[in-house]
Design a protein around this ligand. Sequence first.
Ligand SMILES: Cc1cc2nc3c(=O)[nH]c(=O)nc-3n(C[C@H](O)[C@H](O)[C@H](O)COP(=O)(O)OP(=O)(O)OC[C@H]3O[C@@H](n4cnc5c(N)ncnc54)[C@H](O)[C@@H]3O)c2cc1C
Ligand code: SF4
Length: 509
Amino acid sequence: MPENLILVLGDQLSADVSSLAGRDPERDRVLLAEVMEEATYAPHHKKKIAFCFAAMRHFADLLREKGWEVDYIKLDDAGNTGSLGGEIKRAVERLRPARLVVTEPGEWRLQDEVQGWEQALALPVDILRDDRFFCSRAEFAEWAEGRKTLRMEHFYHEMRRKTGLLMADDDPVGGKWNFDAENRKPASQDLAMPSPPRFEPDGATREVLNLVAERFSSHFGDLEPFWFGVTADQAGQALDHFIAECLPRFGDYQDAMLTGERFLYHSVLSLYMNAGLLDPLEVCRRAEAAYQEGHAPLNAVEGFIRQILGWREYVRGIYWLRMPEYRDQNFFDADRPLPGFYWTGDTDMACLRAAITQTKEEAYAHHIQRLMVTGNFAMLAGIDPSEIHEWYLSVYVDAYEWVELPNTLGMSQFGDGGLLASKPYAASGNYINKMSDYCGGCTYSVNKKTGNGACPFNPLYWDFLARNRDKLEGNPRLAPVYKTWDRMSDDKRRAYRESAAVVLASLAG
Ligand SMILES: Cc1cc2nc3c(=O)[nH]c(=O)nc-3n(C[C@H](O)[C@H](O)[C@H](O)COP(=O)(O)OP(=O)(O)OC[C@H]3O[C@@H](n4cnc5c(N)ncnc54)[C@H](O)[C@@H]3O)c2cc1C
Ligand code: SF4
């Protein structure tokens, strides 16, 4: 009879996660369970399910090597109840532990469920802080208390001070907190682009791939080729590769998009950090060391660290501060259904086709594709935020609600009315043309503003602003845009709105 039954969730695959730290392999028992409920609460991409189960199975092996006794429930094991609650109940009946220990779940949905277990199981349940994050939920709430605005940049300065990352005593290294002014260059095809390392599936991963092929064949996305790492060791190799090959140019081309270049200089590390295979502090320290050793410039290293120390922590803070109400916010009362091409990539718009096709094939798109292509289009077209939220939660290998929801609903859809972003990330085709080479190969003309053959982003952009004027015109950052709209002739404004109506009508088909 174990003293503690330790439940390790699928995104807690860190050997030193708080539920395992300080426990005793002689006395305690670990439980990991693959359950249908977790694999299907959103219609997850096949690669995402495979990554999760394969990483869990390898993690169980690692724990066994370290001397732990692990109860591992596979999806198709006889008697699998299909839910975490069911598997906990079975394990408690089987093992009769004195208490249950779990690190706080990342998602509100699960936290809500876990909080009911003590009563349901008549067993003490310890829910421990997840100290793999720099900022605890309580600390974030304290930071937010009494502030008029909760801007990421202010929070990020606090985190720099707290961790000492890129700090010279009390000052930021290089004299500035943020070097974004030096970033955001468009990229060209003649740059040599590195590719993230690809890992050949071993026998255990192959078994998972067969399971996913059989049980989740109707889910979105291509299962093969499957090349993600599924162990901490492989995630470490991906980090080494990023630091050596990509980090020096990360800042310059952070916002660029190129046909056929799916990763550019991005790290493709979010999946590993979010599942627990990489420690965010180690990732930041490695980037900082690359700057100190003269391997990567400050604009790149600061920009990269800000994504993890700033954005990643900040969106988690917002999530826990505002859930569960946050999920239902819909500032623009948008209610259009998600167009079918989000699930197929079957559209003449080259930018959307590229972003969605690569999402289908890789379960990955980089930030600007998510924000300024699929996200921007959905907001301009007035897509229901709950539908676009479900899409993002399903299709990316790194998607967990704590990080996906604030990014989708807050940053990309402005659904929270400006809690997270100071203005909507709305852009016409001009932005996409500036930052990518998509428009050259598109059926539509980015320079045509209205009428047949015009880039759909152009009329949708102005229609979105006109449609939501009562909600947006008080925003000082949008004042110049509304001035431009007001200076247009009536005919021009009418042409934009009529063209937008044609685009919107076509989405229903
Ligand atoms: C609509 C939308 C949905 C998103 N959904 C997710 C999601 O489900 N899971 C997820 O991890 N990220 C999400 N992001 C944030 C970001 O797009 C991804 O973290 C990034 O694209 C992952 O690729 P990468 O590892 O190559 O990142 P890089 O560009 O190399 O960035 C480095 C790291 O910084 C972190 N990061 C960067 N931007 C953000 C951000 N805005 N929020 C949180 N962390 C960030 C990630 O951990 C990432 O690995 C979303 C962004 C948008 C606009
Ligand atoms: S023309 Fe418009 S739709 Fe086509 S790729 Fe450019 S921005 Fe996208």
